[in-house]
Write a protein that binds this ligand. Structure first.
Ligand code: PLP
Length: 402
């Protein structure tokens, strides 16, 4: 496979020491092709969409529509109408919580989430439960950072369940959840499911029809696309049953001073001028990913994480979480007696970018009684030299603290 590293300008610009970028679970870098597509859009083709009858606006509208088709293809949705452009995963989850779930909840109903959720897939459910008197039931995570489907079964058996929100891949441990199985169990109990795909889409192929989720949310900036653009996938029947989330221009068919008739899906959920350049960037990032050998890429990323884990295990004072059921692209660790922030600062001096802290998953940190972890996360451009640099950096940490 051609080395994707050369496709990213940031790795060609000079950094001293050379940049070892291992914070891909927070945001990925942007390939030249995406930067070029966005620049070209502004240089040659920018106009507001939907409303113009002149050529430039029609062309922008058509690019925007093509981007929606590219997303449909990327996650194998059955129709482009099921693709709603949003700012990111956070907005997608809030949209579903407020417009799908809230009107369906009664006091004492139960919403299920898990201990490994990112705050973005937890707080919106806490809010609807608070607002409606429903209860939030949390599925526990095992000592190795895994979710057990038996826990879901017993929660469903207690009845009153109205919804399941679960992440496809953990942003802290890289755990790949048995998503099809969880969805199958939930559907047996007539419970719709939202999957947080923020950590999945860049690393594995996702087929929403195959896993049969009701909603799927992800962000552009974690899959080589720009910030400020993301996707909510929803099954047609569900989206059609939902009122708009935001009100404004672009999403209406007819407006009088007192009333408005809304447009069909997905436009009903896209009030205001949309992020057209973001959609163009996202579609280009999708094409970029699709021309890579994605199986090979996933194997490479997994191999790198395993290499790092093997090395970390040599140190008795290092604790890692390595789920056995499936695990990609991310490794979290702590070192006895050294604060995660100190580790990350020392690594930064060596040019190594990792994240330290709670990773927007404070309940998970509490579960494992750590203030935070150091997280190294890999992307398509990382190779063995990055894994080696990280290990060498950790040796430096030990030298400094000895
Ligand atoms: C990053 C992340 C989010 C939030 O994404 P935003 O782009 O910040 O909205 C949600 N869930 C997971 C698993 C994430 O990694």
């Amino acid at each position: 496979m051609h080395n994707p590293r050369f496709d990213f300008p940031i790795f060609r610009s000079s950094h001293t020491p050379p940049l070892v970028y291992l914070d891909n679970a927070a945001s990925t870098q942007t390939p030249e092709t995406v930067i070029d597509a966005m620049t070209s859009y502004y240089r040659n083709g920018h106009a507001n969409v939907h409303r113009g009858v002149y050529r430039l606006s029609e062309e922008a509208t058509s690019q925007f529509q093509h981007a929606r088709d590219a997303v449909r293809d990327f996650i194998h949705a059955s129709s482009s109408r099921e693709i709603v452009f949003v700012r990111g995963t956070t907005e997608a989850v809030n949209l579903v919580a407020q417009t799908f779930l809230k009107p369906r909840l009664q006091p004492n109903d139960v919403v299920i989430a898990t201990e490994m959720e990112h705050h973005s897939n937890l707080l919106p459910w806490q809010a609807v439960c608070r607002e409606t008197g429903a209860k939030l039931h949390i599925l526990p995570v095992s000592d190795t950072g895994e979710l057990k489907s038996e826990a879901l079964e017993s929660a469903l058996n207690k009845g009153h369940c109205k919804f399941l929100a679960v992440t496809h891949v953990s942003n802290v441990f890289g755990t790949v959840n048995p998503i099809s199985e969880l969805i199958r169990l939930a559907h047996q109990a007539d419970v719709p499911v939202l999957v947080d795909g923020a950590q999945a889409v860049a690393h594995m192929t996702v087929d929403v029809q195959n896993i049969d989720c009701d909603f799927y949310a992800f962000s552009g900036h974690k899959m080589y696309a720009p910030t400020g653009i993301g996707v909510l996938y929803g099954k047609t029947e569900w989206l059609q049953s939902m009122p708009p989330y935001h009100q404004g221009g672009g999403m209406v068919r007819n407006v009088s001073l007192q009333e408005a008739a809304f447009r069909e899906i997905p436009y009903r959920f896209e009030a205001g001028t949309p992020n057209v350049v973001g959609a163009v960037g996202l579609a280009t990032a999708i094409r970029y990913l699709q021309q890579l050998d994605r199986i090979e890429l996933q194997e490479k990323e997994t191999r790198l994480v395993q290499m790092v884990v093997e090395q970390l295990k040599q140190y008795p004072s290092i604790r890692t979480w390595t789920p056995t059921q499936g695990h990609i692209a991310v490794v979290s660790f702590v070192i006895d007696g050294i604060h995660p922030h100190d580790i990350a600062s020392i690594l930064d001096q060596e040019g190594i970018a990792v994240r330290a802290g709670h990773h927007c998953a404070m309940p998970l940190m509490q579960r494992f009684q750590v203030p935070g972890t150091v997280r190294a996360s890999f992307g398509c451009y990382n190779d063995v030299s990055d894994a080696d640099a990280l290990i060498a950096g950790i040796r430096t940490v030990f030298n400094i603290f000895e």
